[in-house]
Design a protein around this ligand. Structure first.
Ligand SMILES: Cc1ncc(COP(=O)(O)O)c(C=O)c1O
Length: 468
C-alpha cells in the first residue's frame, strides 16, 4: 500500500526542545519502577509523549507576546476583561467564571447543583466528569448513539442517543436529573464528532423537560471543523459562526481550555443563569480564587484570550485534523486496528481486537501501552477496563468498559510528521510480536479514577519474555 501524503504545517518553528530516547534496558527499568503505570514515569524518560493533548500545546508567537501583557492584579485585572470578552464572543453567555482547569469547573458545578442520587446524562462522560459526578453522590449515565461501535467510518459517532435520552427522562422524571451534558468532541468514544442536528435535538428535549443543558466543550473548535466538513449546509460557514450556533442551543459550558484553548493551563464555566453564577462564584472564592482570576495567573488568561481565537483558524484546523488522520492511516498500515474515522485529537487503537488472546480483565490496552514504551519510549494511555472497569464507588456496581482502547493523543503544534512515522515503525514492530504480550493484574488502586495511581503486576510469563 502506498504511504499517505503528509499534511504540511501552516506554521514554522521558532523554538525547539530536545528529547531523548533511553536505551531499551533503561526503559525496562523505568517501567518496572513505575509498577507498569505510565503515569508514574518521569517525562524526561519519555521519547515521544502522546499521553494527552491536554495542556501540552505549543504556544504561538502571539500567545508568548500576550503573556507579557498579563495583569496580575488580584481583582478586576485587565487580563480577565480581555479573556471575558473573547469567551463571551465565542460562547455567547452572560457570565464567565475562570477556573484553573476543566475538572475544577466540574467540581464547582456539581458541588453547586447536584443532589446525591441525581443523574447526570451525557453522550459519554469523560473520566473526570464521571469522577466529579460520583464524588458528589451523583450517578453518571452515558447515552452514546447506537452507531458508536459500528465498524464503519461514519461521520458523527459522538452523537447522543436521543431516543434513550427521552426514555430515560420519562422513566426517572426530571427531578432525578441534575443536568444533561454533551461532550464535544466525544473523547471517551474516540474523539468522535457530534453533529449540529443532534445538538439541536438534545437541546429541544432539554427545553421540553426544563432540564439544564451544558456542554463539556474542551475540543469545540475541532467539533466545529467536523460539522463544517461533514454536515450538509455548513460547508461555507466560518468556524466562529458554527460555534455560535452550537452554543446558542445550551444553557452553559464547562471547558478545559488546556485543549482547544491552545494553552498549558486553564478552564472556565460560561452560563446565563445569574443565580447559579452567584452560587458558583461564592463557592469558588473558598476553593479556587477570586472570580476574576479563578486559580489562574493574569498571563494565563491573556494566553487563553489569544488561543481561543487562534484555534478557530481554518488553516490550523485543517492541518490538525489532517495530521491526526495521517497518523491513523500509517498506524493502520503498521497493522493496528483503529477506531474509524480518526477523531479530532487522537488515534484510538482497538487493543481488544489486536490482542485477542488477552482477556479484558487482564487489561489488553495496558499490555499495548507498556509495549509502546518498551519498544520505542512512546507514552500512550489505556482507555479500557483499567480506566472504566472496577467497582462504582457510589453504587458498588461492577463496571465494565465498552471497549479495550489505547489512545495516542496528538499534542497541538508539537510533534512533526516524522515523529509520527517513527511511532508507526514502533507499532509495526509490536504487531510483529504481539502474541508474546501478556496481561496484567492490579496490586493497588484508589477508589476514584484508579488508573492514574494504580500499581500493576505482570501476570503472564510471556510478557516478561517480550519485555526483557
Ligand atoms: C472531554 C474532557 N472533559 C474534561 C476534561 C478535564 O479537564 P482537565 O484535565 O483540564 O481537568 C478533559 C481532559 O482531558 C476532557 O477531555
Amino acid at each position: 500500500m502506498e504511504k499517505p501524503r503528509q499534511p504540511t504545517e501552516p506554521y514554522r518553528v521558532k523554538s525547539v526542545e530536545p528529547i531523548k530516547l533511553l536505551a531499551r534496558q533503561e526503559r525496562q527499568q523505568k517501567i518496572e519502577q513505575a509498577h507498569y503505570n505510565i503515569f508514574n514515569i518521569d517525562a524526561a524518560d519519555i521519547y515521544i509523549d502522546l499521553l494527552t493533548d491536554s495542556g501540552t500545546s505549543a504556544m504561538s508567537n502571539r500567545q508568548w507576546a500576550a503573556l507579557m501583557m498579563g495583569d496580575e492584579s488580584y481583582a478586576g485585572a485587565q487580563s480577565f476583561r480581555r479573556f471575558e470578552k473573547v469567551v463571551k464572543g465565542i460562547f455567547g453567555k452572560k457570565f464567565v467564571i475562570p477556573c484553573h482547569q476543566g475538572r475544577s469547573a466540574e467540581n464547582l458545578m456539581f458541588s453547586t447543583i447536584l443532589k446525591p442520587g441525581q443523574y447526570v446524562l451525557n453522550n459519554t462522560h469523560f473520566d473526570t466528569t464521571r469522577g466529579n459526578t460520583q464524588h458528589k453522590g451523583g450517578i453518571a449515565v452515558d447515552l452514546p448513539c447506537p452507531e458508536v461501535d459500528a465498524p464503519v467510518p461514519l461521520p458523527f459517532k459522538g452523537d447522543m442517543d436521543t431516543r434513550r435520552l427521552e426514555a430515560f427522562i420519562e422513566e426517572h422524571g426530571r427531578e432525578k436529573i441534575a443536568m444533561v451534558m454533551m461532550t464535544v468532541t466525544n473523547n471517551s468514544v474516540g474523539g468522535q464528532a457530534v453533529s449540529m442536528k443532534n445538538i439541536k435535538e438534545v437541546s429541544r428535549i432539554c427545553k421540553k423537560h426544563r432540564l439544564p443543558f451544558f456542554f463539556d466543550c474542551a475540543r469545540f473548535a475541532e467539533n466545529c471543523f467536523f460539522i463544517r466538513r461533514d454536515e450538509p449546509g455548513y460547508e461555507d460557514k466560518p468556524i466562529k459562526e458554527i460555534a455560535a450556533e452550537m452554543f446558542a442551543a445550551c444553557d452553559g459550558v464547562m471547558m478545559s481550555a488546556k485543549k482547544d484553548g491552545l494553552a498549558n493551563i486553564g478552564g472556565f464555566i460560561a452560563l446565563d443563569d445569574e443565580e447559579l453564577y452567584q452560587r458558583i462564584t461564592d463557592l469558588m472564592i473558598l476553593v479556587e480564587g477570586f472570580p476574576t482570576y479563578g486559580g489562574l495567573a493574569g498571563r494565563d488568561l491573556d494566553i487563553l484570550a489569544v488561543g481561543l481565537e487562534e484555534v478557530m483558524d481554518p488553516d490550523y484546523l485543517q492541518y490538525r485534523i489532517d495530521q491526526v488522520k495521517y497518523f491513523g492511516d500509517i498506524l493502520m498500515q503498521a497493522g493496528m486496528p483503529i477506531v474509524e474515522p480518526t477523531g479530532g485529537h487522537a488515534v484510538f487503537i482497538d487493543a481488544g481486537a489486536l490482542l485477542g488472546h488477552i482477556p479484558a480483565e487482564q487489561f489488553p490496552g495496558q499490555a499495548l501501552t507498556v509495549a509502546f514504551y518498551l519498544e520505542g519510549g512512546v507514552r500512550v494511555v489505556e482507555i479500557g477496563s483499567l480506566m472504566f472497569g472496577g467497582t462504582d464507588p457510589v453504587t458498588g456496581e461492577k463496571l465494565s468498559a465498552p471497549r479495550e482502547l489505547v489512545r495516542l493523543a496528538v499534542p497541538r503544534r508539537v510533534y512533526t510528521n516524522s515523529h509520527l512515522d517513527y511511532i508507526a515503525e514502533v507499532a509495526a514492530r509490536i504487531n510483529a510480536r504481539k502474541e508474546l504480550l501478556g496481561g496484567f493484574k492490579i496490586s493497588y488502586q484508589s477508589r476514584f479514577l484508579r488508573h492514574f495511581t494504580c500499581k500493576l503486576e505482570v501476570i503472564a510469563p510471556r510478557n516478561v519474555e517480550v519485555n526483557s
